[in-house]
Design a protein around this ligand. Structure first.
Ligand SMILES: O=C(O)c1ccc(O)c(O)c1
Ligand SMILES: [Mg+2]
Length: 625
């Protein structure tokens, strides 16, 4: 099946768009009229340029306000169509999209429209062209794909067909099952878009908020299942009108698009096994975080080591061949990489001390890597030194790296083999990494949530607002059903927020905090206190408010206040959390205890935590700004 994307979906001029679309792996483009009118080359030259990129022009669009007009408008509409046919022949494409009319003079009437489409089909046939009719969700008389199909059916011309667009069907809450009764050969083209569920005017929603399948809340998979059931075999094409994407990174938005299409078609094949069979491995099941690796150097590395020591981590090994050390507590492994060449070195040069690599444990690392590659991720490999194990890795987003580990091929022995370490120090009782918190610019949140949910069997939560004293941060949880891997994505709009200043300090690093789980936070903190560990100070106002919000025993409250522990409670259980001081760049560790199956992340405490961290970062006596 051919993949395609509309040129409106990404930013840049036509040439930049073509390069990015071809590089991402698409077979073709829907060319938007504006995109080629704005270019200085002739339609013929543009057509050749597109083909030189190895791309096909799957569709020319849009053509508006054509059908059911009275004279003299009707004749004019046919003349306009003939002019567009000229352009299409120059460009070298045979299909035009005609969207349902919003013209104030349009008379409507299924048979009137059908007659117009019969005649247009006849004129198109003379030139070897085809016309496709799409119901805009806000069309004046036709706003439902079922009515558009009735027009096409009655037009009864081999060169006139239907165009389906998931947004117009799902955005209007029309049942996509109704597509199953349309003959597949009369569907000339299929456009796909998702969108977040927000109550607003349909036209405005469609033109500004569409996003890639899987990034929003519409059931695009079910829509596509119905399309495939008809026997449709034409291109599947993304048509995404989105303000962020129009201003985003051309290359990475195109890559997101390709990733979303591959994941969608895999979902469709798995949901409709009678129609298609999957061709790529299923989403990988993450089993947890195997390691977090920091790129660091010199004094910065010593500072990080002091922080880890204060948190009762032990240095349990040094790498066979490299300037890399392993720090451990329970099942938590922190790797400090001070190599002067390779990935960590370049990350350190660009970003200073920051997380440069994540190890994710999965059931089958080879299958997970295969899936990642099929979704467009680049595999990553560095030359292996003597005694080193080949562990598959992929490049993530924004320069990040992810290793995928399983228990085969001796991968579980990497620590003993490469670091001569079999120790499992208990330290202060922290057992495993509960979650990772990634910071990014707000614009990158969709890319990251798609990255995780398309590669792994993980679900995303709705986006929540977190109030920073200096701005808003948007936060979203991406996690497995069983909670084995939990990642929070935090999107910053301004550099003045804590998250935003971390991004600026580290030039786009991603993991800003790592949450470490303990079964008994007070025992852990008592041990850490003996080692001179100091937690982030929480003001007494917070504890006064806790007393008002929850019915807590006074002994517990005093204990929390003594250790600067924050508390949350909901239907799922209760939660204790406390924070280590932030590093110079703004990275920090959090220590948490979940009780009675609490599933949240202490969201209500975030504004107080952020305010406290900002106070701690600011030298005393210096005003905020
Ligand atoms: O917003 C529009 O006008 C518009 C134009 C062409 C399309 O294919 C579409 O889905 C919407
Ligand atoms: Mg459309």
């Amino acid at each position: 099946m051919k993949t395609s994307i509309a040129t409106v979906s990404i930013s840049g001029n036509l040439r930049e768009k073509l390069a990015a679309i071809a590089a991402a792996g698409f077979d073709g483009i829907e060319i938007f009229e504006q995109d080629f009118i704005a270019d200085e080359a002739s339609p013929r030259e543009i057509g050749n340029m597109i083909r030189d990129h190895g791309l096909e022009i799957t569709l020319f669009q849009p053509f508006r306000d054509f059908e059911a007009l009275p004279e003299p408008y009707r004749a004019k509409a046919f003349d306009r169509a003939e002019r567009k046919f000229d352009v299409m022949q120059e460009l070298g494409t045979d299909l035009i999209l005609i969207c349902s009319s919003v013209h104030p003079k349009s008379l409507g009437g299924i048979d009137r429209s059908a007659a117009d489409f019969h005649e247009l089909g006849e004129r198109a046939a003379k030139r070897g062209l085809r016309v496709g009719y799409e119901a805009l969700a806000w069309g004046r008389h036709i706003d439902d794909h079922r009515d558009a199909w009735e027009v096409v059916r009655r037009a009864d011309h081999p060169n006139t067909g239907l165009i389906l667009d998931s947004f117009h069907t799902l955005g209007r809450k029309l049942d996509p099952e109704s597509i199953r009764s349309i003959p597949g050969d009369k569907i000339f083209f299929v456009q796909l878009a998702d969108a977040p569920l927000i109550e607003m005017d349909l036209l405005y929603w469609s033109r500004h908020f569409r996003n890639m399948p899987g990034e929003g809340d519409l059931d695009v998979t079910r829509f596509m299942q119905a399309v495939m059931a008809t026997g449709y075999s034409g291109p599947i094409s993304l048509e995404i009108f989105n303000d962020q994407f129009r201003g985003g990174n051309t290359k990475s938005i195109a890559q997101d698009g390709y990733r979303s299409l591959v994941a969608l078609m895999d979902d469709v094949a798995r949901a409709e096994p009678e129609i298609d069979s999957p061709t790529i491995p299923a989403r990988a099941q993450p089993l947890g975080v195997s390691f977090v690796e920091f790129a660091s150097r010199g004094d910065e590395a010593r500072d990080l080591e002091s922080l880890l020591s204060a948190l009762a981590f032990e240095k349990v090994g040094t790498h066979l061949n490299k300037a890399v050390t392993l720090w451990q507590q329970g099942d938590i492994r922190i790797v400090i990489n001070e190599e002067t060449s390779g990935h960590a070195a370049s990350m350190w040069s660009a970003r200073g001390t920051s997380v440069c690599d994540l190890g994710i444990k999965v059931a089958d690392a080879t299958a997970a890597t295969e899936r990642a590659k099929a979704l467009g991720a680049d595999p990553f490999a560095q030359p292996l030194g003597p005694g080193e194990l080949p562990i598959p890795a992929i490049k993530g987003l924004s320069g990040s790296l992810m290793h995928l580990l399983d228990d085969t091929a001796d991968m579980d022995q990497v620590w003993s083999r490469e670091f001569a370490s079999d120790a499992t120090p208990t330290g202060a009782g922290m057992t495993h990494i509960d979650h990772l918190a990634q910071t990014m610019s707000y614009d990158e949140m969709l890319s990251w949530s798609l990255f995780y949910t398309s590669l792994f069997d993980m679900q995303k939560s709705p986006i929540a607002d977190v109030i920073d004293p200096d701005g808003l941060v948007r936060s979203q949880v991406v996690e497995t059903k069983d909670g084995a891997l939990k990642v929070t994505l935090n999107g910053a709009d301004t550099h003045r927020t804590l998250a935003g200043s971390f991004l600026a300090e580290t030039f786009g690093a991603s993991v800003q905090h790592v949450a470490l789980a303990t079964q008994d936070i007070f025992a852990t903190l008592a041990t850490l206190k003996e080692r001179g560990f100091e937690t982030l100070e929480i003001p007494s106002n917070y504890y006064a408010d806790l007393t008002a919000r929850f019915d807590l025993p006074s002994g517990l409250l005093a204990q929390m206040q003594q250790h600067n522990v924050l508390y949350d409670q909901d239907d799922s259980g209760s939660f204790f959390q406390c924070y280590a001081p932030t590093t110079a760049a703004g990275f920090f560790f959090e220590i948490i205890q979940r009780a009675d199956g609490y599933r949240g992340f202490g969201g209500p405490n975030a504004p107080f935590r952020i305010a406290a961290q900002k106070r701690m970062q600011r030298p005393k006596g210096v005003p905020a700004r």
